[in-house]
Design a protein around this ligand. Structure first.
Ligand SMILES: [Zn+2]
Length: 212
């Protein structure tokens, strides 16, 4: 069991008892919003790298990614339920005799509803993952703009990859259906190349923090 320990309002999960993987996330709504770091991450990353991770999580927080995710899943769930309703009724009209029931309200329709829910989630996964990857990419951009430490960002991703054993460049099928984050190889490339401040170009999220 992971135990929470409050460190100046940055909760740390003592995950070292359970796992050697590293992680950090932002969660909660209103007064329960918080950035959570795993103690494995604090042990593994140096100060600049922890700052990049904090910058990434702060990006999620400042750019309201939790609320955006909730909004998408709420709209998606309503749309999915409507789709299931339509398809299930159409199937019952056509195959009611074989199913042995003629109304969706019949308790016997539960397996049909569950099956359609699975199919809907499978079809919706690329959209959900695509949206998630977009938010993660923007959080990476925020972290780079606020810290301007490209090398530390790249190194933190390398350590993340080493410890979590993620595939740097997964195939497109895996990326579409399984990847909630951009592939770690793409994140490292972005960390190595994204530095608009060196060319005097405007920052995308510069309005959220004061220039150093
Ligand atoms: Zn993130």
């Amino acid at each position: 069991m992971a135990v929470f320990r409050a460190v100046r309002r940055k909760p740390v999960v003592r995950s070292g008892r359970d796992t050697t993987t590293v992680n950090a996330y932002v969660t909660g709504l209103f007064g329960t919003k918080r950035i959570v770091l795993w103690d494995t991450l604090l042990a593994r990353l140096d100060e600049d790298e922890v700052l990049v991770v904090m910058g990434h999580e702060m990006g999620h927080y400042v750019l309201n990614h939790v609320a955006q995710g909730l909004m998408l899943s709420s709209i998606g769930t309503i749309f999915a339920l409507y789709l299931i309703h339509r398809v299930a009724n159409a199937l019952i009209r056509r195959f009611g005799a074989r199913f042995g029931f003629y109304r969706l309200a019949d308790i016997a329709s539960v397996p049909l509803i569950l099956m359609l829910a699975e199919v809907t989630m499978l079809l919706g996964a690329p959209v959900v993952n695509g949206f998630s990857r977009h938010l993660e990419h923007e959080a990476d951009r925020f972290a780079l703009e606020i810290t301007r430490t490209n090398r530390a960002a790249g190194l933190s991703f390398v350590k993340l990859q080493e410890d979590n054993l993620s595939v740097p460049y997964p195939g497109w099928l895996s990326k579409l259906w399984r990847s909630s984050h951009p592939p770690i190889g793409e994140r490292i490339e972005f960390a190595n190349t994204y530095r608009p401040w060196t060319h005097g170009e405007p920052l995308v999220y510069g309005s959220y923090f004061r220039d150093p």
